[in-house]
Design a protein around this ligand. Structure first.
Ligand code: PMP
Length: 367
């Protein structure tokens, strides 16, 4: 470009080197990326339709089937973050005028209801105060009253730290002619989930939490019933990018020759493959009895303290990220994430030490 034609000058800040400090990421995600996964994402690119990349996609597929405990054919990773998988689930399943029931006990139910409404669904919300979970009786009441075709529920409510028990919900939904859609972005790999045994129809997660990969790809799987509902649609899904019929072909799930749909985020897929491989190498954990989300610990903000001062103190003085509340838990809790490689007793000691320091040093607020 002739430089005398440039009215916008090269930005000075881009002429400085990239600055990325070392930090312990103990918020609700992303979590730190271990060297093996970082190394995978910095490998040289290949073409997105090269056989080696298709092989990596096949590895990801079986990795998700293992992580989700499912044999579903329609299993793949969305090129996008958790929200993208959430939208992919809704916009493939729901048509204008369909009835959707959303279990809302934190921000993720609120967002799911918003997404379903944008698609023209008739949305009903089952409400619980933040910190509580839904019993099968709560759910059954909603199913009887509203007769939805899809029920949305969050397994790991990262805004409140609640782990939703899923036992029996799939069966219940199926008895009432409804599909069960579960958000496991914040829980997958940290809290047990059994997609086939628990009769979950659509399950999705994210790459940047327990899987310890960078954000940008989101595992998702559809049961046979959910797949059939998609194939029976009267109208096209209102997104080309997230149309599951295209994606099923691109991921080799429909038995036909793979066609170009979009350019896969290849480096994200390399790192997701390694995150899933590391999960496959772990011995699976034991069942959690209490409704407490093991991946994100919520702690009530101590009386008289300002949560923002505490999180800022940890960041500035200890290079540790923890987070405040979100949505209905805003201002009430601190959220400490221990996910994948970050889930070590050393990190627990580090964050406890830093919190003790914060309680000593942060001035009490003007309450
Ligand atoms: N669902 C839950 C339970 C989450 O915790 C998050 C991320 N905090 C999301 C969905 C959205 O994921 P993303 O930020 O990757 O789009």
């Amino acid at each position: 470009m002739a430089s005398n034609l440039l009215h916008i000058l090269p930005p000075q800040r881009l002429l400085r080197p990239l600055a990325v400090p070392e930090r312990l990421l103990l918020g609700p995600g992303p979590s730190n990326v271990p060297p093996r996964i970082l190394a995978a994402s910095s490998r040289q690119l290949l073409g997105h339709m090269h056989p080696e990349v298709l092989q990596v996609m096949d590895d990801i597929k079986v990795g998700i089937q293992y992580a989700f405990q499912t044999q579903n054919k329609l299993t793949l990773a969305i090129s996008g973050t958790g929200h993208c998988a959430m939208e992919a689930a809704f916009l493939n399943l729901v048509e204008h005028g369909d009835t959707v029931l959303v279990a809302v006990n934190g921000i993720w139910g609120q967002r799911a209801a918003d997404i379903a409404r944008r698609l023209g669904a008739s949305v009903h919300e089952l409400l619980k105060p933040p910190g509580e979970y839904f019993t099968p009786w709560d759910i059954e009441e909603g199913l009887i009253q509203h007769k939805p075709s899809v029920l949305f529920i969050t397994h790991g409510e990262s805004s409140t730290g609640v782990l939703q028990p899923l036992e029996g919900l799939g069966k219940l939904c199926h008895r009432h002619g409804c599909l069960l859609l579960v958000d496991a972005v914040a829980s997958l790999g940290g809290a047990p989930i059994f997609m086939d045994q628990q009769e979950i129809d659509i399950l999705y997660s994210g790459s940047q939490k327990v899987l310890n990969a960078p954000p940008g790809s989101a595992p998702i799987s559809f049961s046979e019933q959910a797949r059939e509902k998609i194939l029976r649609r009267k109208t096209n899904p209102p997104s080309f990018y997230l149309d599951m019929r295209w994606l099923a072909n691109y991921w080799g799930c429909d038995g036909e020759a793979r066609r170009y749909h979009h350019t896969a985020p290849i480096s994200s897929f390399f790192s997701l493959r390694e995150g899933l491989a590391m999960l496959a190498e772990l011995v699976s954990g034991s069942r959690q009895a209490k409704a407490r989300l093991p991946t994100i610990t919520t702690v009530r903000v101590p009386e008289g303290y300002d949560w923002k001062e505490i999180t800022a103190f940890l960041m500035d003085n200890h290079a540790i990220e923890i987070s405040g509340g979100l949505g209905p838990s805003l201002g009430k809790v601190l959220r400490i994430g221990l996910m994948g490689c970050n889930s070590t007793s050393r990190n627990v000691d580090r964050v406890l030490h830093a919190l003790r320091d914060a309680l000593r040093c942060c001035r009490r607020s003007r309450l």
